[in-house]
Design a protein around this ligand. Structure first.
Ligand code: 2M8
Length: 460
């Protein structure tokens, strides 16, 4: 029995959690797309948009579909979905690096979309097919016009999703390892994680003009954001990608940050599973379906290769240095996120998840995984991706726990997550021991996953 009133019950009251979550999405709604956060992130981010669409699905499936349509309107010729679609109305000084910074690279690239100056040249984890599948499920429960519209949406978006996944399985994996190569920590979505320490340390930053840090104004305390030294590296990597005019062959030849990201790759496995369901609705060819199946299987094999028997976690791999990148972070649970078939692997991962390194730490405010383990030397409970709890990661974990046949664990995660949001608000991230809201308040994807949890809870 839960000590406070069940958040699922309070959600239906006016002013309850669901109503507040809806308020966040509506306030951040720009009509057709949603700002990731009111001040700190005034643009459309790729994987945020996917989570946000999951939230919108419970309010309006058509609006949810629109969120992804606007993002996919900016797909590159290669199939890449850009990590940011810039809001041209946002003041240029509100985010760095903004549209004008990327513009020097993108219009030169033959692969860029017709509105090149509006996107970054990077990408982010492919949660999109999972979001589309959620929209389809919710519309299925509603039936009638919602279902008919959703069918049309799936048919329209399927070829774009297929091209996106093909891009990741080919251009981002020329080795056919099953693992996606990233060119920048921003592509991982877990930007400031110690996962990237080893690869970033090798990089020598060249001549750079001084760059602004508007992100520091968007938080209560700069210690919640990456250090200056990290930012110099981020901006230097952007500079190198711009100099290569976003040409992936050239990047692969010479870029100093070339890393196989296990969490990104695991999300791609899950997204391929979702894409297979979408392919069925869209009546895709058998050939395409077997390609998708093949990518998923290759992804699982690739993750198996990156298992570290000592840490009992999966590790990212630095292609340039030809060595794994040891760190105890939530990224290590990649095989669990992907749904790896090996029962020994799953058992080991669940043990690590329950251990004092993650959920079993007796000091935790809620039994929710810190993004970096408190037992990792680089743990920092307040700094972005170095220790705080991230609701969106918990949503991914919850989704996977259900699919690997661990419903009780999934339920515990859901309830603890809702309690965290009920008491802490819709933060970007949370201090694991106190539950204090950190980063941005009213973060859209946090509100979106709350809505999904609340709806899933009330449906059971
Ligand atoms: C954070 O990343 C951006 C750069 O993409 C930033 O710090 O400026 C990350 O948490 C990323 O995963 C997220 O998509 C983005 C917007 O919420 O913020």
């Amino acid at each position: 029995m839960i000590s406070m009133s069940d958040p699922k019950d309070v959600s239906r009251e006016p002013g309850g959690l669901a109503a507040r979550a809806e308020g966040v999405l509506r306030r951040n709604d720009e009509g057709g797309w949603t700002k990731a956060a009111p001040e700190l992130y005034p643009h459309q981010w790729s994987w945020d948009s996917a989570f946000i669409a999951v939230g919108w699905a419970h309010l309006d499936t058509r609006r949810a579909a629109r969120e992804l349509e606007t993002l996919f309107d900016h797909q590159w010729a290669t199939g890449k979905i850009p990590h940011i679609v810039f809001n041209m109305e946002a003041p240029p000084e509100s985010y760095f690096p903004g549209a004008e910074h990327w513009a020097a690279a993108a219009p030169d690239s033959p692969d860029a979309p017709p509105t090149p100056a509006r996107t970054s040249g990077l990408c982010q984890p492919p949660v999109h097919a999972m979001a589309v599948r959620r929209i389809w499920e919710v519309a299925g429960n509603r039936g009638g016009e919602a279902l008919a519209q959703a069918r049309g949406f799936l048919e329209e978006l399927y070829p774009k999703l297929f091209a996106w996944h093909r891009y990741l399985a080919t251009i981002r994996d020329p080795e056919e390892s099953g693992l996606v190569t990233i060119y920048h920590p921003w592509e991982s979505g877990t930007d400031n994680s110690p996962r990237w320490n080893g690869a970033l340390e090798r990089i020598t930053v060249g001549d750079l003009p001084p760059h602004p840090r508007p992100d520091l104004k968007g938080v209560a305390d700069p210690s919640q954001r990456p250090t200056e030294e990290k930012y110099d590296r981020y901006i230097w990597l952007v500079e190198l990608i711009k100099r290569a005019r976003c040409n992936e062959g050239a990047i692969y030849e010479s870029h100093p940050f070339l890393v196989k990201d296990v969490l990104f790759s695991a999300i791609l496995v899950r997204a391929n599973e979702a894409l297979l369901g979408i392919a069925e609705v869209a009546r895709a060819s058998d050939e395409e379906r077997s390609m998708i199946q093949g990518w998923a299987e290759r992804g699982l094999r690739g993750l198996e290769e990156r298992w570290d028997p000592e840490l009992r976690l999966c590790l990212d791999y630095d292609l340039r240095a030809a060595r794994p990148l040891p760190a105890r972070t939530v990224g290590g649970f990649a095989p669990l996120i992907a749904g790896v078939g090996n029962p020994d692997r799953l058992e080991a991962l669940l043990e690590v998840l329950d251990s004092t390194a993650f959920l079993g730490d007796p000091e935790l405010r809620w039994p929710l995984p810190p993004s970096t383990s408190p037992e990792d030397p680089d743990f920092d409970p307040r700094r972005y991706w170095r220790g705080p709890v991230w609701p969106v990661f918990n949503w991914l974990l919850w989704w996977s726990l259900i699919r690997i046949g661990e419903p009780e664990r999934a339920e515990r995660l859901l309830l603890a997550s809702l309690k965290q949001l009920e008491s802490g608000g819709f933060g970007e991230y949370f201090e694991p021991f106190t539950g204090e809201l950190l980063g941005s308040d009213d973060q859209s994807w946090t509100a979106a996953v709350a809505l999904d949890w609340l709806e899933s809870g009330t449906r059971r």
